[in-house]
Design a binder for this molecule. Structure first.
Ligand code: SF4
Ligand code: SF4
Length: 64
């Protein structure tokens, strides 16, 4: 499995279904979602909203 780490947030594309929920809850507009990938930009403040909301647990804190 591939885990990408961006701004202290880990992301598993194999779990992600690109639902867009994380984008909707990010207070800093830090998540860029495309058809088949997700990027977290420097605007992220590690608030963890996206980590808690992701229904398939594709996002995690840096220690996961
Ligand atoms: S909430 Fe989770 S499943 Fe939905 S787009 Fe974000 S990372 Fe992917
Ligand atoms: S941790 Fe917070 S600021 Fe960073 S991408 Fe997720 S919701 Fe946005």
């Amino acid at each position: 499995m591939e885990i990408k780490n961006m701004q202290g947030i880990s992301y598993r594309r194999d779990l992600c279904d690109f639902c867009g929920t994380c984008v909707a809850v990010c207070p800093h507009d830090a998540i860029e979602l495309s058809e088949n990938d997700l990027q977290i930009t420097e605007k992220c403040t590690q608030c963890m909203n996206c980590v808690y909301i992701c229904p398939v647990r594709a996002l995690g804190g840096s220690d996961e």
